[in-house]
Design a protein around this ligand. Structure first.
Ligand SMILES: Nc1nc2c(ncn2[C@@H]2O[C@H](COP(=O)(O)OP(=O)(O)O)[C@@H](O)[C@H]2O)c(=O)[nH]1
Ligand SMILES: [Mg+2]
Length: 221
């Protein structure tokens, strides 16, 4: 993968060119980027079938690396590994395709969460749960978060990252500005409410006093 440009190079160029940053701030950020470049980051991507895990991986790579639109076919029954620069992405099979398959996939996810690297540290640095923005029934996703992931995260709940994907479809395709690739105010408001209700559903269920890091508007065409 030597032909793949490192994503931090582009960021470094943008930071260099940013007139709003002081020289001191630039030096610090560039130093951190250099550190990031050398650090291996393992991310486990989870979510219900069809939420957009494979599409997200492809968007990060910039080309079709993972097969899109594949459900729990035999090829995607196991967690697959994709490497991009120093980032290692683990694509887990989606939940929601039947009880037996869900039990097996959940077990694989839990095993991955406990896996240690050669230094005896937790292998997975970050677990990304993708929620399908346009779905009215996120029950499977919340079961995954509350019953599978959170209880097996250990002390460091910061390893959990929840993102609402398919933001363009959150209101059935309405209020998405395709020309600008940006949500109109109506959709922004709707997504904000979705973020709040998501946060509440996670916190209430677990009675945990932490705020999961939520992102939204991850959209890939
Ligand atoms: N409109 C829209 N469609 C998406 C987005 N992400 C994924 N899709 C579509 O959703 C379907 C399922 O995506 P896939 O990546 O295979 O989901 P996975 O089962 O979680 O791996 C495919 O038809 C994708 O093209 C998005 O952000 N917006
Ligand atoms: Mg997939």
């Amino acid at each position: 993968m030597t032909n793949e440009k490192h994503f931090t190079d582009e960021l470094a160029n943008e930071i260099q060119a940013d007139p709003s940053l002081s020289d001191e701030a630039k030096t610090q950020v560039l130093f951190n980027l250099q550190k990031l470049k050398k650090t291996k980051v393992n991310m486990l991507i989870t979510g219900a079938t069809g939420c957009g895990k494979s599409s997200t991986i492809n968007a990060l790579f910039g080309y079709e690396k993972a097969k899109v639109g594949q459900g729990a076919s035999p090829e995607t029954m196991d967690i697959q590994k994709f490497e991009y620069n120093n980032i290692i992405l683990w694509d887990s099979p989606g939940l929601g395709d039947g009880k037996e398959a869900d039990i097996r996939h959940s077990k694989n996810i839990i095993d991955k969460l406990y896996e240690k690297n050669s230094d005896g540290e937790m292998l997975i640095d970050l677990v990304l749960v993708l929620l399908e923005g346009g779905s009215r029934d996120l029950g499977t996703s919340f079961e995954l978060i509350n019953q599978v992931i959170i209880p097996n995260l250990g002390e460091d709940k910061k390893r959990l990252l929840v993102a609402i994907n398919q933001a363009d479809m959150a209101m059935k395709g309405r209020y998405w500005n395709h020309a600008e690739n940006f949500p109109e105010p109506e959709l922004v408001k709707f997504l904000d409410e979705k973020v709040t209700s998501t946060r509440n559903r996670i916190k209430c269920y677990q009675r945990l006093n932490f705020d999961p890091f939520l992102t939204k508007n991850i959209v890939f065409n």
